[in-house]
Design a protein around this ligand. Structure first.
Ligand code: ATP
Ligand code: MG
Length: 139
């Protein structure tokens, strides 16, 4: 059975470009309910921990530096089958390959600066949500 929670971050370059409102609008119009929402400037240590699954990948250190370069907008999203529904809304990792009408096609600049993060499994959605938000911050 699939879960009803996904976790997202609007990445620093998209926040600084002024895309937060447009991206949140696409998310709400896509039928997701915002269950928690906050800006946060990740430290390098926090970004390393968040992306620890990618520690062996060649782009890891660049990714950590990028994700801690400015504030992100973090959110917990609720919808039936949320993880796969949200990945469909955001599109492929590389914005150049993302389908028309997706968040990454519209707002992404490159593989790294691809506008948003989306959880890849129900288990990780819960881990990521509780990394950012306490129970008191979830509505
Ligand atoms: P995310 O986890 O951010 O939702 P994703 O699941 O589509 O993205 P992952 O494979 O988990 O993609 O990679 C995590 C992030 O690492 C990507 O969103 C991107 O910012 C960066 N990344 C992935 N592959 C590359 C690459 N080849 N070069 C540079 N950065 C990359
Ligand atoms: Mg991923």
């Amino acid at each position: 059975m699939s879960g009803n929670i996904s976790f997202t971050m609007i990445k620093p370059s998209a926040v600084s470009a002024g895309y937060s409102g447009g991206i949140l609008k696409m998310i709400e119009e896509g039928g997701f309910r915002i269950k928690a929402l906050r800006m946060h400037h990740l430290t390098e240590a926090q970004a390393m921990k968040f992306y620890a699954v990618h520690a062996e990948r060649p782009f890891y250190h660049d990714l950590v530096r990028f994700m801690s370069s400015g504030p992100v907008v973090a959110a917990i999203l609720e919808k039936a089958d949320a993880v796969s529904a949200f990945r469909a809304l955001i599109g492929s990792t590389n914005p150049a390959d993302a389908a028309e009408g997706t968040v990454r096609k519209h707002y992404g600049k490159s593989v790294q600066e691809n506008a948003v993060h989306g959880s890849d499994s129900d288990e990780n959605a819960l881990i990521e949500a509780s990394f950012f938000f306490s129970g008191f911050e979830q509505y």
